[in-house]
Design a protein around this ligand. Structure first.
Ligand SMILES: Cc1ncc(COP(=O)(O)O)c(C=O)c1O
Length: 387
């Protein structure tokens, strides 16, 4: 997140903070930092929130956000569907209990080997955004059901996905006709407004463009059945952040879908961050400190190469919190590796910290451990602990 707006008044109550800090203290009795706490109750809460706000939309959890088996199992138990990006993810969700009919292979560029796996595992629904991909699918999985992914506005989204994916909406119907001519089953349209999309207009516009494609297809005697509104649903990373209101966004999205689509159209989505981000609390410890450039530098036992990898790949900023109270000073926070790039913050307001003190970050369950390196410099990423 590049720009964070702040309220003058904190939104979270003291009891909430104490609850999180008490949990961290309890965990520290059994676990050595660094570790990532994933709260099942928050996964459940986010899933139910999504279902409640968008009851007509079936959520397919995008496991790329966090593929930890216990997280996947939690969503299997909740009855979720899954979005996978590769054969490896596909095999994983099926092994953990997802039925193949509840899985979408939502990567528009797939290897032939992965398409073969989809056929063998009976994962029939997949996305595409170009003609050469259709030839590959038709060759390896002639009965596949396909959604054409279109390029839509990613205005204001932290991660712009339309830079790399999505057919021109004007070509969408042609591509769907081509799919049909090749023997595949054209099912509908998908899009992704970009990750951490706080701008509801992206969704509203994309839904309207998709409705145009559905109309064109219906007129030509090829009615479509599925609209996949992708992921992108934003979360709050900072306690006092404003401008994110999922409930309001969802109500506008729902209204737009109802206004523009026939009743028999099925809606689905591929939320990743929204379902898993708020469940994660990363707990690290200070392993060293020094005074340089007129400020305290605190070295933590987790860094950019570990669970803070989202600061690079997800362009994410986090709120660093401490269990210690007291006057705050502008300080630097860095990870444990021998790389200066492994610096987390140059001007973070924290109390004076000592070796062994805890620094923790909330709302860091998505695109964090998932993109960490295996153990650069010999430091393995924080392990996940489910509570
Ligand atoms: C195809 C696809 N679906 C879903 C997602 C999940 O997006 P988000 O975590 O923003 O909900 C992504 C993220 O990159 C994606 O590429």
């Amino acid at each position: 997140m590049n720009q964070v707006q702040l309220h003058s008044k904190p939104q979270k109550s003291k009891t909430h903070i104490n609850g999180v800090e008490n949990l961290i203290r309890q965990m520290l009795k059994k676990q050595r930092a660094p570790f990532m706490i994933i709260r099942r109750c928050v996964l459940e809460r986010q899933y139910r929130r999504f279902r409640k706000c968008l009851p007509e939309v079936t959520p397919y959890y995008a496991i790329k956000a966090n593929p930890h088996p216990s997280i996947v199992k939690t969503f299997v138990k909740l009855g979720a569907n899954f979005d996978v990006a590769s054969a490896a993810e596909m095999k994983q969700v099926i092994r953990l209990g997802a039925s193949p009919g509840k899985v979408i292979f939502a990567n528009t560029i797939k290897t032939e080997a992965d398409i073969i796996t989809a056929r063998r595992r009976r994962v029939r629904l997949m996305t595409f955004d170009n003609e050469p991909e259709l030839y590959k699918i038709a060759k390896q999985y002639p009965k596949a059901h396909v959604l054409v992914r279109i390029k839509v506005a990613n205005e204001g989204s932290v991660i712009e996905l339309s830079l790399k994916f999505g057919a021109d909406p004007e070509h969408a119907f042609f591509l769907l006709k081509k799919a049909k001519a090749l023997g595949l089953k054209p099912m509908g349209v998908s899009f992704h407004v970009g990750s951490q999309s706080t701008n509801v207009e992206n969704y509203l516009q994309a839904i309207e463009i998709s409705a145009g494609i559905f109309k064109e297809a219906k007129k030509s005697g090829m009615p479509l059945k599925i609209l996949d509104i992708g992921g992108g649903f934003p979360i709050q990373h900072f306690d006092n952040e404003i401008g994110i209101n999922f409930e309001r966004m969802a109500s506008q999205i729902r209204h737009q879908m109802k206004a523009l689509f026939d009743r028999n159209v099925k809606f689905m989505a591929e939320p990743g961050r929204f379902l898993v981000g708020p469940a994660g609390i990363l707990v690290t410890q200070v392993i060293g400190r020094t005074f340089r450039n007129n400020k305290n530098y605190y070295y933590l036992n987790e860094g950019i190469y570990g669970a803070f990898s989202g600061m690079v790949f997800d362009h994410c900023k986090y709120e660093f919190k401490t269990l210690r109270r007291g006057q705050k000073f502008l300080s630097a926070l860095a990870g444990p590796t021998c790389d200066s790039f492994d610096t987390l913050a140059m001007n973070e307001e924290v109390p004076e910290l000592y070796v062994g003190d805890v620094v923790y970050v909330k709302n860091i369950g998505a695109y964090s451990t998932a993109s960490a390196t295996m153990g650069f410099n010999g430091f393995p990423p924080a392990k996940i602990v489910m509570v």
